[in-house]
Structures are given as C-alpha cells and as structure tokens.
Design a protein around this ligand. Structure first.
Ligand SMILES: [Zn+2]
Length: 275
C-alpha cells in the first residue's frame, strides 16, 4: 500500500507541480488591481498537467458471500470453477505493492494498454497514442479506445517513437497544457483533457496465488471482489415483457420490459469471501 500510494501521490504531485509554479505569480497578481494578462513568456513551453476528473469505480448493487466451507458441497453455488472466476477478477482489481500484505486494491480500472510514445513529458510521464479494451460495464466502466491520445506514467524511461504494452491503472482524466513536439501538431500549444494511466502490476492469477488467497481467507483475511453479473430481471420476472389483461380479449397485452434485455439484467455485485 505505502509504496504504491506514494507513487500515486508522486504521480499527481508531478502533474500538479508545474501548475503550482505558474499559479504562484497569478496569485500574487490577484492582490494588484491589474487586468487579466497572458501567462509570462518563460512558461510558454511548460507542460502543465492537472487532475480533471477522478477515476470512478462502480458501486455494487448487491452483496453476495462466497463461503469457502461450502466449496463443492451439494447444491452450493461455491464451486472450484466459480472461485477461480472470482479470483481472476480479484487479481485484476488489485495491484502488487510494498505493503505488508503485498498488494492493495486498485484505485481505478486496470486495462492492458498498447501504446506508441509521441512525446516525453519528463519524470517518466509520456504523451502516447494508445489502445485499450473496455473494462467494466458500458454505463460506468472504462470505455475501450483505439489510437487515443492519453497520458501514461511508466515505471521506467522509454524512448520517443517506441511502442510497448503495459498494465495501466486508470487514474481518471487530466487536463494537459503543453506544446506538441510531433506531427501533425508540431509546435502547437494545446490544452486537452485526456485519460491518464499509471503503470502497475496486477496480482498474479495462478493456481499457487489462488491457493495462497484461499489460505488467507481461512486465516481471517477479509477480501471482496466486484463483478458484473447477469441476473433475472425483477421487474418482469425474467420474461422480457410485462403482461396486461385486456377486456374482452383472450390474449394479454404484452409490453417489452424497459429494465432488461430478454429477461436478464446486468448488475454490479460485490462478493465477500468468508471462511
Ligand atoms: Zn425485465
């Protein structure tokens, strides 16, 4: 937790550092009865990155429990296969860090990002063109992107023009003000709002890691995972339509259900693991 949290603070620290520098003269000016003026010339090339919209994780609509003691018992929903499925989701929602437990909950969706570096913004921050798949639900998940400009904070320096693949934790959207140094935007001073990602290492998704996970639960560790689940629609009872009796007619009037798709709706469920 400590190392990763620090890194995140550093990430935003780095992002806000430049803006704090330029904000200082502006604050001084506010006390003087002067009109609005352009930023000082010295800062014309400075890269200013400020948080714009924080990453959001879906709020669980339902809470389930997964009881390890019931594993593979007759009529129990707790099967080995279900445990593996939930653990895979869990592994992708937690990142390896320097905390005593060895990992902590990710603060945003984790996506596999393929990228091409367009500009080095300093301090391992890069302006990249990237693609990533959709993570989570359509409504409150991270939408997929193809060849989208975004900001990436990597664990190591990379060269401009190089391409790569990384596990990126979405940390929300940032506002970036910078002078582009690549075609076709070369030399242009731009202000953009872009998604920002932090390179991270998700938990290992292996039989050994799953075994360790189960052992820790049995020893009293409290873990939970948030997943999207297809459930029977409560409004129409899984029919996909609602019925209404019509006077003088044998057949009921059928109205398509607005709450679901063919009787199934997708909801966010938090599953708590218990011994
Ligand atoms: Zn329905």
């Amino acid at each position: 937790m400590i190392t990763r949290s620090l890194l995140l603070f550093v990430a935003f620290g780095l992002m806000t550092h430049a803006s704090a520098q330029t904000a200082a003269p502006a604050a001084k000016k506010a006390t003087e009865p002067t009109s609005e003026t352009a930023a000082p010339k010295a800062d014309e090339d400075a890269t200013i990155i400020t948080p714009f919209r924080p990453a959001q994780l879906p709020v669980a609509k339902e809470t389930h429990t997964f009881q390890l003691a019931k594993l593979n018992k007759l009529q129990a929903t707790e099967t080995t296969r279900e445990l593996q499925r939930l653990y895979s989701a869990y592994a992708n929602q937690n990142i390896v860090d320097g905390s005593p437990a060895g990992f902590s909950k990710a603060l945003g969706f984790i996506a596999t990002i393929t990228y091409v570096v367009h500009q080095d913004l300093g301090d391992n921050r890069y302006f990249v063109k990237a693609s990533w798949p959709a993570v989570g639900s359509i409504k409150d998940g991270l939408p997929a992107a193809t060849d989208a400009y975004c900001i990436l904070l990597l664990d190591h320096p990379v060269a401009v023009g190089s391409s790569g693949k990384a596990n990126g934790m979405h940390v929300g959207m940032v506002s970036i003000q910078f002078t582009a140094k690549f075609p076709p935007l070369d030399g242009k001073r731009l202000t953009m709002r872009r998604d920002a990602f932090l390179e991270c290492t998700p938990l290992e998704d292996s039989p050994a890691a799953l075994q360790k996970f189960a052992t820790e639960i049995l020893q009293g560790s409290s873990y939970s995972v948030t997943t999207l689940e297809k459930v029977t629609c409560k409004t129409c009872g899984g029919l996909g339509f609602t019925r209404e009796a019509q006077k003088g007619k044998l057949e009921d009037k059928r109205t398509p259900c607005t709450e679901c798709e063919s009787g199934k709706s997708t909801i966010t469920v938090e599953t708590k693991f218990i011994p």
